[in-house]
Design a binder for this molecule. Structure first.
Ligand code: ANZ
Ligand code: ZN
Length: 815
């Protein structure tokens, strides 16, 4: 009786074997080349979703493949465990965030283990663990000493009803998510990482990342947003004061018709002192989301400040407006407005009936209708007329420099990274405030600053400021009364360096040790495209910071990046909010992990979106059953006979050839192309061939059958590791398939069995002849001389010599 394929009993057995043998513990001392394969760590929401399953299956396939290719592989897993959902759940379910998080981690760990991912679980990290975040606090203190972190006032979203700061995602259409109150912008003191100090290097480094998708590099390039422009100083009339603007279009200086400043600009605040209407307007500008994307869509609003300035070159008198579209934290918070050539200025000027002046020639363009934003020939600009935009930019900047009223300036869109969050569930910022000493970093010996645990949240704001035993501490410098910082870090801080800590998670005396330099950089990183900018940029920044602290000795953390596509159902992204999710757990319980993994890899190439299909899952399952049956059929009459290649007949030879063609194709698809779906398709074809060939009975037939079956198991084992482990053992192997070497192509098998020769007589082609490759030179000559057309040209002639150009051509020289 044939054994049925029962993944639900087989898979846990295989997993127990791996666990018992610590099969995936990574070791620094094997002498093998290393391969660090990393998937982005999940937020422990409680349940894995299909997006996770896809991401982690891709990573696992690559890891297992690299192991078989002879590498020592590190594939770790951990938890991005701080963050807002734990606080929301705590409020709703009256359970401490720590408890909720730990429970979710336990649940998701079980799910990952049930999928058979080859993680080194001994290196698991949870970012909410003090043994992890203490090193983040330690690094912050080092950076504090080196002036790479600083404190300044910055805007936050403030909910005036709940009396709490809101994250951008908690502001829904300008209102607080719980209170529905109109959100206000509030200035509070916050901590910043000086990422701008690395802007140029972050930009340059993008050139050296050929293993990254072009799209991601472009997004980072734009995000860093290097622009070369000029600072221009406009003398303010009746004041001993210059209003400085930043412009990328110095060529349009003669087209400036007004100036606009941000509502938070010092000049605006000055105007407000004497004018209640202005004060009210500035107050009004404080509502709404602080997020730049949300603000860009807002209606343009403005008010004249009552101040005027002069154009530094023309002396023209220009009104200074306060405008909501000017942001305080870019450039100098002031803009020289050129409505004829800038869209925002155009919209504003139309609304407030401000003049427009055309200074770039545009054919067939009505600048009253819309701004002409292209470059061109300069007009209406005195001695600069006729220059191109590029020429005018530099000529006008030079003229300004002479007057000391302007200077060329490089500006980055990238802002310093504000990391203070007024939330409970995060890493405490290790700072103590003292009236005498100011902000004092917590001494290293007092780290970690542990977040108070088991706090039940009763209100949406952080309980930390109310915890007097947490807040009231001595100043580390003077011993006087101090107050602990009660803000916590943005959770992006934890995810900016977690991948370095996997290399030495048990290290208790330093952040990283020499193992970091053994494993890093990550050879292959896999994650969602939604992290193209923030996470991947912050991680690159942190890595350079770690390098400059002497903790790692390379400059880029991720050599190769794969951004997996979305999982769709009926064309829409699978998501809870759309109610179109498929639960991975349920599928595993029905079909087993191998089926789910195979479906994921077969349905689409990893970078493309994957359309969910129940039929596709069924198909994957059916394939594994066919593979199973093929093995069982072979096992009815197994053999130890070695394949005798010399005696293969035509049919056997073609099977042998297909086995090796499949190895070649699958290897290329797995490694170079990373198209696992086409690899699987060719394995399926080979399976069909072997099934058709299954009932042969000679020793050589069965030896060939065995080679085919073993090859299939090896090739599919990174994708379906359980069934291949099981069958490999049934075939009689004593060491597990994970330790087997990747199959090698036999070049002889790829050679076709015949060759087509060109036959010449005295250098003229007279025939083509297809012959077996097994023929000797003498046999080839014999066959050539017997060919009818050749015969015609050599009768009555004397053969002087016969030249054989191997595998190509035979030339008969006659006289
Ligand atoms: C005059 C001008 C004329 C501009 C024109 C554009 C087109 P990038 O390229 O992103 O660096 N700007 C400067 N500071 C600003 C602020 N704080 N808030 C809002 N806008 C600001 O953008 C630089 C351009 O953005 C600058 O060049 C300035 O407008 C505006 F035909 O100056 B421009
Ligand atoms: Zn002090």
């Amino acid at each position: 009786m044939e054994k049925p394929y029962s993944p639900l009993t087989l898979e846990p057995e295989v997993q127990a074997f791996w666990q018992q043998h610590q099969s995936f513990a990574a070791n620094e001392n094997t002498g093998k080349p290393k391969f660090y394969c990393l998937s982005m760590l999940p937020y422990p929401s409680g349940q894995l979703h299909m997006g996770h399953v896809r991401n982690y299956t891709i990573g696992d396939v690559i890891s297992r493949l690299q192991r078989m290719l002879g590498k020592e592989v590190l594939q770790p897993m951990g938890w991005d465990a701080f963050g807002l959902p734990a606080e929301n759940a705590a409020l709703q379910n009256k359970v401490a965030p720590s408890e909720w998080t730990q429970k979710n981690i336990a649940n998701m760990r079980t799910q990952l283990q049930r999928l058979g991912f080859a993680y080194d679980w001994s290196r698991e990290i949870a970012t909410c663990d003090p043994s992890y975040y203490r090193w983040e606090q330690w690094l912050f203190v080092q950076l504090f000493k080196q002036d790479l972190v600083y404190r300044k006032e910055a805007l936050v979203n403030w909910d005036p009803v709940d009396h709490t700061v809101l994250a951008n995602e908690q502001v829904i259409e300008g209102r607080g998510w719980r209170s529905s109150a109109l959100v206000e912008q509030k200035m509070i003191s916050q901590w910043f990482f000086k990422i701008s100090a690395y802007a140029d290097e972050l930009l340059q480094g993008l050139e050296n990342l050929p293993g990254w998708p072009e799209q991601v590099r472009t997004m980072q390039y734009n995000w860093i947003g290097r622009s070369v422009g000029a600072e221009v100083h406009f003398p303010v009339i009746d004041k001993d004061l210059l209003l400085t603007v930043y412009t990328t279009r110095a060529d349009t200086l003669y087209g400036v018709t007004y100036l606009s400043i941000a509502p938070q600009h010092p000049l605006a605040l000055q105007a407000a002192e004497k004018n209640p209407a202005i004060a009210e307007f500035i107050e009004h500008c404080k509502t709404g989301n602080i997020a730049e994307a949300a603000r860009a869509k807002m209606e343009k609003l403005g008010m004249p400040s009552g101040f005027y300035a002069r154009n530094p070159l023309t002396n023209e008198k220009l009104p200074i407006w306060i405008a909501n579209y000017v942001v305080m934290d870019y450039g100098s918070g002031a803009v020289m407005a050129v409505p004829a050539h800038d869209e925002r200025d155009h919209e504003f000027a139309q609304k407030y009936h401000l003049p427009m002046k055309e200074v770039i020639a545009a054919k067939d363009h009505d600048y009253q209708q819309s701004a002409y934003t292209d470059y061109g020939a300069v007009i209406n600009s005195a001695e600069f007329d006729g220059l191109t935009s590029a020429e005018a930019k530099s000529a006008i900047t030079k003229a300004l420099e002479k007057l000391e009223l302007g200077i060329e300036k490089i500006q980055y869109r990238l802002r310093d990274w504000g990391v203070s969050r007024q939330r409970y569930w995060g890493t405490p910022i290790p700072i103590i405030y003292c009236d005498k000493c100011g902000a004092v970093p917590v001494p290293e010996k007092d780290l970690p600053v542990i977040l108070p645990q088991n706090i039940k949240l009763t209100a949406p704001n952080s309980p930390l400021p109310q915890l007097s035993e947490f807040v009231n501490v001595k100043c580390p410098k003077c011993g006087g009364a101090g107050r602990r910082e009660t803000d916590t870090f943005d959770t992006f801080v934890e995810s900016s360096w977690y991948f370095t800590r996997y290399t030495c998670p048990d290290q208790t005396t330093q952040m990283l040790d020499e193992r970091a330099n053994y494993w890093l950089p990550v050879d292959q990183y896999i994650g969602g495209i939604e992290h193209a900018v923030l996470h991947l940029l912050y991680a690159r920044f942190f890595y350079k910071v770690l390098r400059d602290q002497g903790l790692v000795n390379t400059s880029e953390p991720f050599t190769r990046l794969l951004t997996q596509g979305m999982v769709l159902k009926d064309g829409a992204k699978m998501s809870k909010s759309k109610g179109n999710t498929v639960d991975p757990q349920q599928l595993i319980e029905q079909y087993g992990a191998d089926t789910v993994r195979l479906f994921m890899m077969f349905a689409a190439p990893p970078e493309q979106s994957l359309e969910w299909s129940d039929a596709g899952v069924e198909g994957a399952h059916r394939y594994l059953k066919r593979l199973w049956k093929l093995a069982q059929t072979y096992l009815e009459h197994p053999t130890t006979h070695a394949l005798d290649i010399a005696s293969l007949n035509v049919e056997q030879k073609s099977v042998w050839q297909q086995i090796h063609q499949t190895i070649q194709k699958v290897t290329d698809d797995y490694t170079r192309r990373q198209t696992f779906n086409t690899a699987i398709a060719s394995m399926m074809e080979l399976t069909n061939t072997l099934i058709a060939f299954a009932n042969q009975s000679s020793d050589n037939d069965r030896a060939l059958q065995r080679q085919g079956l073993e090859t299939l198991l090896l090739l599919i084992s990174p994708i379906a590791p359980h069934v291949s482990h099981f069958l490999w053992k049934e075939l009689g192997h004593t060491s597990p398939i994970i330790d087997a070497a990747w199959p090698q192509v036999e070049p002889a098998a790829l050679e076709t069995s015949t060759l087509t020769w060109i036959i010449q007589v005295n250098g003229k082609m007279r025939a083509q002849l297809t012959l077996s490759i097994a023929l000797t030179d003498a046999e080839i000559e014999e066959a050539v001389l017997a060919q009818a057309n050749v015969k015609k040209f050599i009768t009555d002639k004397t053969i002087k010599k016969i030249i054989i150009v191997p595998k190509k051509l035979v030339n008969i020289v006659v006289i």
